[in-house]
Design a protein around this ligand. Structure first.
Ligand code: ZN
Length: 134
């Protein structure tokens, strides 16, 4: 089992990694092809390719789906990188939480061990005091 110091060192590393998180956003990016419906358009031909892809980023906010249109071009790759960064951030946060739980558990155990010996000290001191008082 790692020592408290080892866990705390790992926590410092995680926090400094978290401090370097760059642009990020949650959501899933979906590219859609569609037929515009104009009878004269090339997409009306059965063999023809539809328009697109048009990209949208969706995510759930308070039970509702929020959609953000992402313009084609470099913004698509940028958004993909931002989503990847968000996943990395979430993973780091989750790791940090689990690590803190372990640190708190260890401190709890050390703390209860300390308070037991402290209790013994007071009892000893109290006995001594009683004896000297009589
Ligand atoms: Zn069309």
């Amino acid at each position: 089992m790692p020592t408290l110091e080892q866990l705390e060192t790992k926590r410092e590393r995680l926090i400094s990694e978290l401090a370097q998180v760059s642009d990020m956003r949650p959501g899933s990016l979906v590219g859609r092809f569609r037929k515009c419906g104009k009878p004269n358009c090339h997409c009306a031909q059965p063999a023809s390719q539809a328009h697109g892809p048009s990209w949208s980023l969706t995510r759930g906010v308070e039970g509702k789906t929020v959609t953000k249109v992402i313009p084609p071009g470099s913004a698509v790759a940028q958004t993909k990188a931002q989503i990847a960064e968000y996943r990395r951030f979430r993973k780091l946060v989750q790791e940090l939480i689990e690590l803190n739980v372990r640190i708190c558990d260890q401190k709890l155990e050390e703390g209860s061990a300390q308070s037991v010996s402290k209790k013994n000290d007071t009892r000893r001191r109290a006995r001594r005091r009683r004896r000297s008082g009589s």
